[in-house]
Design a protein around this ligand. Structure first.
Ligand code: NAD
Ligand code: UDP
Length: 310
């Protein structure tokens, strides 16, 4: 039985990855300091023999006994509200935290996979975004603590590959949604759904013409699993290329929840990317991966989860 260490395993994506790797017959070691995660996300897994939870802060160090075959590094605040509330923790998770995860992988002779992000492209001047685009990031803006930490983490991952011969992979994740997002994490989909379900105004930042492309979580973790098993070491975009404006998304959520909430408009946040859409040709070619879950199907599963949990 192979062992995978998943940092950030009690978070939204991490908990879905823990489940997937258990299904694939791995022993899963979930590491989390519960800064933005929740033990409830992994509660059903705690009784499984092949699952271990260890509360550790990866910034301070990382201790995992026994053999390890794969390290998936997902620990970091991820929503703009979270990382702007925890700017130093975010920079340290991406820098010192990544360093500790890479050292663990070296020590255990394991493979390493970094959770990077579409935010490395910043407010992109190339559209849709291909992996060869170097991005347009404001290095001192409010989003930089996240964007630059992830860019640093990518650079350090490649340095370990070059200098230490580590087997590395980098996934650039585009906006993903699904069950277990925190209702108050501040991201657009949890905000829109919880506002709609409570009959509160749906908050659109700016005029709502900015775009995003939303991927359902089961598609995303399938792509990550495939990447973890491939020998490909260049960054790979994983996301759903269906692009829409945030105003369109608010209308879809309103319709799907049958809500009478009105749309209200708030100031456009600093450095908020105006458009975002992944080019996924590389994932299609190398991983034979593409999204399968449509927006209506994914949103309806997410809405019913929120109905049960708000
Ligand atoms: P999340 O906040 O739900 O999960 C992050 C987890 O990391 C939390 O459980 C948190 O407690 C843990 N964590 C944070 N700092 C830690 C530390 N120092 N030590 C140990 N654990 C720590 O966020 P998410 O949406 O699941 O994102 C997971 C990863 O995927 C992040 O690295 C994020 O940058 C990346 N990502 C997510 C998306 C998305 O759309 N969800 C998009 C791009 C990239
Ligand atoms: N957004 C919005 N209303 C909200 C939350 C977010 O209009 O209540 C916008 C936000 O300004 C951004 C888009 O939705 O343009 C996606 O934001 P999110 O925080 O989900 O992800 P990210 O900015 O990291 O892509």
């Amino acid at each position: 039985m192979k062992t995978v260490v998943i940092t950030g395993g009690a978070g939204f994506l991490g908990s879905h990855l823990c489940e997937l790797f258990l299904r694939k017959n791995y022993r899963v070691v979930c590491i989390d300091n519960l800064l933005t995660g929740d033990k409830d996300n992994i509660a059903p897994l705690l009784c499984r023999k092949a699952f271990v939870f260890m509360k550790q802060d990866i910034v301070k160090g990382l201790r995992v006994p026994g053999p390890v075959d794969l390290v998936l590094h997902f620990a970091s605040p991820a929503s703009p509200v979270d990382y702007q509330e925890h700017p130093l923790e975010t920079m340290l998770a991406g820098s010192a935290g990544t360093h500790h995860c890479l050292e663990l992988a070296c020590m255990k002779k394991a493979s390493f996979l970094l959770a990077s992000t579409s935010e490395v492209y910043g407010d992109p001047l190339v559209h849709p975004q291909i992996e060869d685009y170097w991005g347009n990031v404001n290095p001192i803006g409010v989003r930089s603590v996240y964007d630059e930490a992830k860019r640093f983490a990518e650079a350090m991952t490649m340095a370990y590959r070059r200098v230490r011969g580590l087997d590395t992979k980098i996934v650039r994740i585009f906006n993903t949604y699904g069950p277990r997002m925190r209702a108050n994490d501040g991201r657009a989909i949890p905000n829109f759904i919880s506002q709609a379900l409570k009959g509160k105004p749906i908050t659109i930042y700016g005029d709502g013409t900015q775009t995003r492309s939303f991927c359902y979580v089961s598609d995303l973790v399938d792509g990550i699993y495939r990447l973890s098993r491939s020998a490909f070491h260049q960054p790979v975009n994983i996301g759903n290329p269906r692009e829409m404006t945030l105003r369109e998304m608010a209308v879809v959520v309103k319709k799907m929840t049958g809500s009478k909430s009105r749309l209200i408009f708030k100031p456009f946040p600093q450095d908020d990317p105006r458009q975002r859409q992944p080019n996924i040709s590389r994932a299609r070619k190398i991983l034979k991966w593409g999204p399968k879950v449509g927006l209506e199907e994914g949103l309806s599963a997410t809405v019913s989860w929120f109905r049960d949990h708000i």
